[in-house]
Write a protein that binds this ligand. Structure first.
Ligand SMILES: NC(=O)c1ccc[n+]([C@@H]2O[C@H](COP(=O)([O-])OP(=O)(O)OC[C@H]3O[C@@H](n4cnc5c(N)ncnc54)[C@H](O)[C@@H]3O)[C@@H](O)[C@H]2O)c1
Length: 363
């Protein structure tokens, strides 16, 4: 056990919105973070283990607590309506702030509700999964799925405060670790030099059990993500798009497996398959593939889920927001650390996927 208080705090001002992010073990207990308690209502993931429910109930004694069954089904119009119902029932006004404690699904829906309810109320984010801490809770993209397509309806809206408390990561399951690792590896591929301290050559096991290393990973990813976000908040300048590396095929994999594969696992396989696809087109992606390869053994269990659905992916990729006619502008790091985009024909994808693209990739 480690005794906490902020390892790091950073603040950004984007389009007139301030967002402050604190990272560390048991930081929610830090008296300096009094802003947390001012939330009128807090939505808490019903799936959080009991000790975290107690930790949060103790903190939010003066707020209304609503426990929510989260997961991908919550990211729907019905899920958003249930959050709006609670807000309306509690007479939340424009000057109030609301909070959530949970993973990326709860965060995406509550963030969307906060950005639209009465045209915007304050938001305090308490991400409780590894994936949410390194990625989804920061940067202000919110959304719900619609007609089988991920994040079809959404908004850009920054939380006022994000508290990434690594106490929630203590003893996380294999599934939750791998889920975060998938997104972490995206930041690693985009910025390998930032992760020399831990990740080169397939090292990740050590990080999992070391709270200080997890805090460091969360801080590194937060800083990197906010660098992309602050330069291109609305994803219009081609900078923020790089954070979607692996997500074209990744989102299709999530939908095709009916979310039996987690988001982070899908992103790992998405990065692998997109790199092999680009390589099959004659572009050299071998350095990216060789950085991903040492991690294949970590993702062996999800490989069994994706191989049967490879033939279905094209239909889901067609729903992607980046498609024009038969061509998709695939965000792709031409080499680690160098942003870029490759125009790929969707008709080629069908051919690529039908030729056993992972056959030569042994675990
Ligand atoms: N908005 C963005 O920028 C962004 C970025 C990446 C991913 N996402 C989205 O995030 C979602 C995935 O989020 P997720 O991976 O956090 O999944 P999730 O929200 O479904 O949470 C996974 C499960 O873990 C449980 N849980 C939460 N915290 C826990 C803890 N500390 N210990 C034990 N169990 C815990 C939850 O109850 C839930 O059942 C996807 O919908 C994805 O599209 C959004």
């Amino acid at each position: 056990m480690q005794s906490g208080y902020p390892l790091q705090t950073c603040s950004y001002r984007i389009e007139g919105m301030e967002t402050s992010i604190s990272i560390g073990y048991r930081i929610l207990r830090d008296p300096a973070n009094a802003a947390i308690k001012s939330s009128r209502i807090v939505f808490i993931s019903a799936g959080l283990p009991g000790r975290y429910q107690d930790y949060l109930a103790d903190l939010f004694q003066n707020s209304e607590i609503v426990r929510v069954k989260d997961g991908e089904t919550l990211k729907s119009l019905d899920g958003a309506v249930s959050i709006f119902d609670s807000l309306a029932g509690s007479s939340i006004g424009r000057g109030d702030s609301i909070a959530y404690a949970g993973g990326g699904t709860l965060g995406d829906v509550v963030g969307f509700a906060a950005s639209t309810f009465k045209r915007g109320v304050g938001l305090v984010s308490i991400p409780t999964t590894f994936l949410a801490q390194i990625d989804s809770a920061i940067g202000g993209k919110n959304g719900i799925n619609f007609r089988n397509a991920k994040n079809m309806i959404g908004s850009f809206y920054l939380p006022e405060f994000v508290y990434s408390d690594s106490y929630f990561l203590e003893g996380m399951t294999d599934k939750l670790f791998l889920n975060g690792l998938g997104e972490l590896l995206k930041y690693y591929i985009l910025n390998p030099e930032e992760f020399r301290w831990s990740l080169l050559g397939g090292g990740a096991d050590d990080m999992r059990w070391n709270m200080e290393a997890l805090d460091q990973a969360v801080f590194t990813c937060t800083r990197l993500k906010m660098d992309y976000v602050s330069r291109d908040f609305r994803d219009l300048a081609g900078i923020r798009r790089m954070l979607n590396f692996g997500h074209t095929i990744g989102h299709a994999l999530e939908s095709a497996t009916e979310f039996r594969i987690s988001h982070g696992e899908a992103v790992f396989w998405g990065m692998m398959l997109e790199s092999l696809w680009v390589q099959a087109k004659g572009i050299n992606a071998s350095r990216i593939v060789s950085l991903l390869r040492p991690y294949l053994p970590f993702f062996a269990s999800s490989r069994k889920l994706l191989e049967p659905v490879l033939g279905d992916l094209k239909g889901f990729v067609m729903q992607d927001k980046k498609i024009t006619r038969d061509t998709i502008a695939l965000p792709f790091p031409m080499e680690p650390g160098v942003a870029g985009s490759v125009d790929m024909k969707i008709s080629d994808l069908e051919w690529f996927l039908s030729h056993n693209p992972l056959e030569g990739e042994v675990e």
